[in-house]
Design a protein around this ligand. Structure first.
Ligand code: UDP
Ligand code: MG
Length: 339
């Protein structure tokens, strides 16, 4: 499998020195303590760069004062757009809602908790200028994470690397800059089971990594526990590859082969040596083993079937209670209106 990160794609530098408008998409769920700091930090960083920008906040069904804080920021800044979702849809869909609304010719996706340092945006814009369509931020090390999280993350990447169809770069989150072209591609994928890292990887385009140190959260607490991370991993695998189905089939073949050989052995033994022992334990073991394998394989099929079910409903990805645009002038070519 070709590793996109090693082979440098040929890119042509852009004529412009910086994006005309940079949209910063920020999904937020119960982040009222962070949003003010976030807007201030972004404003400071953009001033240093002399970069026109807008912040697209997505209120992902927060139960705290996040929406009120966003509205206050919008009143004072003006460079703030708000997409107020009708309930909590989860980070992946919230991010998509923000991308749908972004008006810029380059878009950065960032967490609200300032774990993604705004200074890195400067490096990303350098990459954009060089002609890359995607500039993603790669964590230099996972300092904030404990050994268990590091190990499980490494294991996940190992698995997806082995069985996945596209290369998902390691230690890379959603924090990245994308050109309008890349964002339009991402937005055109309307599947419900959205594993953003998989989607970003699937759309392709010339990409480049910049290294950064991930800061600890400024305030509030992470929304990810091990259960959610486990589910995200399942999502990551099932939404990007059919390999588990294939593996199940091989499992099935292997078990059938073993069962066949065992069957032949027992027939042979009974015919030539008689049935001295009733063989109850063997029977139980074989039945349980086969039953277990079947249930496991059914479970894998069920995971995919459930996803097919959800996708065939073809529901809109989200509903927004209200969308408040920023006062930045759109530089986006008038195209699709997708939900
Ligand atoms: N988030 C969201 N909807 C959710 C959960 C999280 O929009 O259902 C946002 C959250 O407000 C934050 C970002 O996603 O801006 C990353 O979440 P978090 O910091 O909890 O994840 P971590 O940094 O620990 O991976
Ligand atoms: Mg965070």
């Amino acid at each position: 499998m070709a590793n996109k990160m090693n082979g440098a794609p040929a890119v042509t530098p852009r004529a412009e020195s910086r994006p005309r408008l940079l949209s910063i998409v920020c999904p937020a769920y119960n982040e009222d303590a962070n949003l003010g700091h976030f807007a201030t930090a972004i404003d400071a960083a953009m001033r240093v760069l002399g970069q026109p920008y807008e912040i697209v906040f997505v209120n992902d069904g927060s139960t705290d004062a996040s929406l009120a804080v966003m509205s206050r920021l919008r009143d004072t800044h003006g460079r703030v757009a708000i997409v107020d979702l009708s309930r909590n849809f989860g980070k992946e869909i919230a991010t998509t809602a923000g991308l749908d609304q972004a008006q810029g010719d380059a878009i950065v996706v960032m967490d609200a908790d300032l774990q993604d340092p705004p200074e890195v945006i400067g490096l990303m814009i350098d990459g954009w200028r060089e002609g890359y369509d995607v500039v993603y931020a790669r964590r230099r090390e996972r300092r904030g994470d404990g050994p268990v999280k590091r190990m499980t993350a490494a294991l996940f990447y190992k698995i997806i690397h082995r069985i996945g169809d596209v290369e998902i770069p390691e230690n890379v989150g959603d924090f990245r800059l994308m050109s309008r072209k890349a964002v339009d591609a991402v937005c055109s994928l309307r599947e419900h089971h959205r594993f953003m890292k998989g989607i970003f990887a699937w759309v392709g385009f010339p990409s480049k990594a910049v290294l950064y140190d991930r800061a600890p959260r400024v305030a509030g607490s992470t929304k990810w526990n091990y259960w959610r991370l486990w589910n995200l991993s399942i999502e990551g695998i099932t939404s990007s590859t059919l390999a588990p189905l294939k593996i199940s089939t091989y499992f099935g073949f292997a078990t059938a082969l073993v069962a066949f050989l065992a069957g032949a052995f027992f027939i042979f033994k009974t015919l030539f040596f008689g049935d001295a022992v009733p063989g109850f334990p063997t029977l139980v073991v074989v039945v349980l083993f086969l039953g277990g394998i079947q249930l496991m394989v059914l479970g894998v099929i069920g995971e995919y079937l459930g996803r097919v079910f959800n996708e065939t409903k073809a529901r809109p990805l989200y509903f927004a209670t209200e969308i408040f645009p920023s006062n930045a002038e759109s530089v986006r070519p008038p195209v699709r209106k997708a939900v």
